[in-house]
Design a protein around this ligand. Sequence first.
Ligand SMILES: C[S@@+](CC[C@H](N)C(=O)[O-])C[C@H]1O[C@@H](n2cnc3c(N)ncnc32)[C@H](O)[C@@H]1O
Length: 262
Amino acid sequence: MPRDGGRLYGPDVIDDDGYFGENIAADYDDSAADMFRPGVVDPAVDLLADLAGDGPALELGIGTGRIALPLSGRGVPVHGIDLSRAMVERLRAKPGGEAIDVTIGDFATTRVAGEFSLAYLVFNTIANLTTQDAQVDCFRNAAAHLRPGGCFVVEVGVPDLRRLPPGQNAVPFHISDTRWAFDTYDVATQAMSSNYVTITDGRAEHWSIPFRYVWPAELDLMARLAGLRLRDRWEDWTREPFTSESGKHVSVWEKPADRPAD
Ligand SMILES: C[S@@+](CC[C@H](N)C(=O)[O-])C[C@H]1O[C@@H](n2cnc3c(N)ncnc32)[C@H](O)[C@@H]1O
């Protein structure tokens, strides 16, 4: 907790926008600038456009449109779901933002009209659902929006437990004169959090966001519960093979096509 004069952004100060309220939305694009580089965005959009084919796509956690806008620019109709009005306002303000319909709600349960050839959930956002039940619901919800033969794509890190020494529950990932950042892990529950302490003009600000880390094989079971089956798993958007050294994966589950009548 920050000492005197500090500010805390954490579970006790979230509002209807979840953890991506006005204070985060205002500089989301700048703080995630690395993820907006063409070298990161273009391969993701290439793969998603291939999978969407001639059908519409549904982005769960569309945010400020980092992926949705260029995908829409490629001619794929995109619909989004997001909890955060503040994030979606930023999407709306961008060129092309008016072409994208967004429904405000929880992507684990919110239904939108239509049938999609692709649903996708990128940038570790599945882990924003902090219970296994919610993650299972999310797979069911994605599957319910897919047409037969449609795909659900998830991009998420492989839990980095190899960095967690026995007896320790925190791993620092950034240390400088004015900023410290660390993850905490509870290996009994798969709860984790990312924490950022920033010093500005002698004042400390602490921002903490909870996650639930999830294993690839566990996601495959969630997919099976939702009637989907694993089609591909790669290390990244350029379809490099997924190996035991991969730090993240891009996984594609497919809704089986309707069987032809006998
Ligand atoms: C890390 S941002 C990713 C935004 C965008 N997909 C991107 O790649 O830049 C996560 C987004 O998911 C949204 N989000 C998190 N949990 C959600 C939930 N349960 N339901 C709907 N939106 C959620 C947040 O509001 C935020 O806009």
